[in-house]
Design a protein around this ligand. Structure first.
Ligand SMILES: [Zn+2]
Ligand SMILES: [Zn+2]
Length: 175
């Protein structure tokens, strides 16, 4: 595991780290790679390749999809970002530093919410694993968001009242 500087505000340290990473791999330090990194560092939430591409386009910065995918892979390998695949959705990415939040994934609408659980963080800090130096953890909790729960409840209520009305109509027409 490549450790990157833990000061999340120090974007210049991340750029330095990525530069050293490219040099160590004898990869070219192209302006495209650094433009992508700069944009990636601006995200405070999850992003997809598509949102990243759109944001770069908005800045009139055109990079090919191949370059985008290739650079994302390098940023993952360098430990700058991590990839999440929730419930078969398209991959989402986020900064790797300080990744100690939980992801609540709604299996109905696919919405992903981030929550911090201090109790779990404290617990995880006490965990020791044999021959392993833990750096961060990721926990995904699957379930149903309150919006979907409300929607399903409303639909069930509407369905019930419809059936109720049908029964009433049936009863009155039967008389
Ligand atoms: Zn939902
Ligand atoms: Zn997250």
């Amino acid at each position: 595991m490549v450790r990157i500087p833990h000061d999340t505000n120090a974007n210049s340290a991340v750029v330095k780290h990525f530069t050293a990473f490219l040099e160590s791999k004898q990869l070219r330090k192209t302006p495209e790679r650094f433009a992508i990194l700069r944009r990636v560092l601006m995200f405070t939430r999850h992003f997809t390749i598509e949102t990243l591409r759109q944001d770069l386009e908005q800045e009139a910065y055109h990079v090919s999809r191949a370059t985008l995918y290739n650079t994302i892979d390098l940023l993952i390998e360098a430990g700058v970002i991590v990839r999440h695949v929730f419930n078969g959705q398209q991959p989402q990415y986020e900064r790797a530093t300080g990744l100690t939040h939980n992801h609540l994934v709604c299996t109905h609408c696919g919405k992903v919410k981030e929550v911090r659980d201090d109790g779990l963080i404290a617990f995880m800090n006490t965990r020791k694993y044999n021959a392993f130096n833990a750096d961060r953890y990721s926990l995904t909790v699957y379930g149903m968001c309150s919006t979907c729960a409300r929607k399903i409840k409303r639909q069930a209520a509407a369905q019930a009242s419809k059936q109720n009305n049908q029964v009433k109509q049936h009863n009155t027409s039967g008389k």
